[in-house]
Ligand binder design. Structure first.
Ligand code: AMP
Length: 314
């Protein structure tokens, strides 16, 4: 599979790399890292990373803008994208060929080649592994992008999927020039307002009887705290790791809907997200609701997930 993928990359006139909407460090890390690796390995190839920018991750670089014609003439590579509905550029299906690299459980099978490994915590780990096993050129910038993906999606090497291979790959990326201290500093920095909204989340969290903790942040609250959506959404783990509350969520108003960022440190929550039309990983998922009244049903369902988990654990 990887051999065929590399052959397609080698043969392509140009390449367009697309991730998901509201990109995180892993998505952008894969886009920038893979772009750099392909450019450096296959000389003179035109490679573009397109999609959505992230203001809070702007330090990672700027995405490209490309015409429809360029996409049509390109091999499109999807990274860190489970379901096509969340593609950050809807032209993904208009290229000469489509391949996908992902790490989500229940990832949609699309394209002529689809490489999914849901055992790793970050998609960047797969790209780094492909680069190592195939002697691709990994510059310091590419290593930095990929390590950003690994650190952010693994919660700093703390989540399921972190393995001895993660550390071997990390060692390789450090050898190639990624500066883990600088990177961690950048990842950890928050604005004054972002810190304040974290305070709001802790102060205003609600809990259910059995152990689901959540907080709703409306657009009005974001305005009051002078934070953009991304800064508010970064507060999700302010509700993490409370004894007795193994499932938590941040519910954020966005446009005409509410995005639910759902997290767990025990019970499986992807099935709950599926019930609301979303998905993700067993312990980190997301979905949407369309009005605040649905929060009651959602929290009751989340409470039930916790109840079932605690019953089995008892
Ligand atoms: P997030 O809370 O945005 O970090 O998302 C956590 C995980 O859930 C990621 O792996 C996402 O791909 C996935 N996810 C988030 N929102 C959705 C959605 N609406 N549909 C499917 N998967 C989602």
């Amino acid at each position: 599979m990887i051999e065929k993928m590399l052959e397609k990359i080698k043969q392509a006139k140009s390449i367009v790399i697309i991730g998901h909407v509201t990109p995180d460090g892993d998505c952008l890390g894969c886009q920038f890292g893979l772009k750099e690796i392909i450019k450096d390995t296959f000389n003179k190839k035109e490679v573009y990373a397109i999609g959505e920018e992230s203001q809070t991750l702007a330090y990672m670089g700027k995405l490209d803008t490309v015409s429809d014609k360029v996409v049509k003439e390109s091999l499109v590579i999807l990274v860190d994208l489970a379901n096509m509905e969340r593609a950050a550029d809807k032209r993904y299906n208009t290229g000469v060929d489509l391949i996908k690299i992902d790490h989500h459980f229940n990832s949609e099978e699309v394209g002529s080649l689809c490489y999914v490994d849901c055992n790793v915590s970050a998609c960047a780990e797969i790209i780094a592994r492909i680069a190592i096993e195939n002697d691709l050129v990994v510059s310091a910038d590419a290593a930095t992008s990929l390590l950003t993906g690994i650190i952010t999606d693994s919660g700093g090497f703390r989540y399921t999927g972190v393995s001895n291979e993660t550390f071997k790959i990390t060692a390789f990326l450090l050898e190639r020039g990624a500066d883990i201290v600088e990177l961690n500093k950048k990842i950890a920095m928050v604005s004054y307002n972002e810190l304040k909204i974290k305070g709001y989340v802790i102060e205003n969290m609600k809990v259910t009887d059995t152990g689901f903790a959540y907080c709703v942040i409306t657009k009005k609250t974001m305005e009051e705290y002078h934070v953009i959506y991304e800064e508010a959404s970064n507060a999700v783990n302010s509700l993490a790791n409370i004894y007795g509350y193994p499932v938590w969520a941040l519910i954020l108003e966005k446009g005409s809907e509410y995005r639910i960022r759902l997290r767990s440190n025990g019970p499986r929550i992807d099935l709950l997200a599926n019930k609301y039309g979303g998905g993700g990983h067993k312990l980190a998922s997301g979905c949407r609701i369309y009005n605040l009244k649905e929060v009651y049903q959602f929290s009751a369902d989340a409470d039930e997930v916790v109840r079932e988990y605690k019953r089995k654990e008892a």
